[in-house]
Design a protein around this ligand. Structure first.
Ligand code: HEC
Length: 143
């Protein structure tokens, strides 16, 4: 077909539109907000990181604890973690991150008693944030 033919142009245009639609769908998937399965899969990775931390504390392996803590710190900075953006949610997140950072410092000093306390604080922060998230369910986009 002649490239200047109107039918050829129309065809190119519809291909471009299709490509745009497909790419915006995959962006939504990566961000996960429109896909509860992806949000859920992302959130459940916190359990793996937590298990690594617990293992590290119990066998006194600072590397495992740091590794798990880094995963949690990294995750809690992402857009998908921040499904809620209000001030209360941010405050829960700050408290959580602060406990996880103290946990990292404690294992850095090989102080596993302190690490245990800091991990308990972190777990309390997990629970507190979830309580808050449940109270905000109607605001959550995926509902
Ligand atoms: C600052 C808030 C916040 C903190 C802190 C937090 N979470 Fe979450 N978590 C969420 C949100 C938001 C969801 C998604 C809520 C939903 O699915 O309704 C979630 C979901 C989950 C889920 C359910 C995933 C599913 O759908 O099956 C698990 C499990 C989870 N979090 C574990 C943890 C663990 C473990 C910690 C601590 C190490 C933690 N979370 C800390 C906000 C938080």
């Amino acid at each position: 077909m002649n490239p200047t033919h109107p039918a050829f142009r129309a065809c190119l245009l519809s291909l471009a539109v299709a490509a745009l639609v497909v790419s915006s769908i995959s962006v939504a998937r990566v961000h996960g907000k429109d896909d509860p399965q992806t949000l859920s899969t992302f959130m459940r990775k916190k359990l793996d990181a937590s298990s690594l931390i617990l293992e590290g504390i119990t066998i006194e392996d600072p590397k495992l604890v740091s590794e798990g803590a880094d995963v949690l710190l990294e995750m809690s900075r992402t857009e998908i973690w921040n499904v809620l953006t209000d001030e209360d949610y941010r405050e829960f997140n700050r408290e959580f991150r602060s406990s996880v950072r103290k946990l990292k410092e404690a294992v850095g000093d090989k102080n596993f008693d302190n690490a245990t306390l800091q991990w308990m604080d972190s777990v309390k922060a997990c629970v507190e944030c979830h309580k808050y998230v449940r109270s905000q369910r109607p605001v959550l986009k995926k509902q």
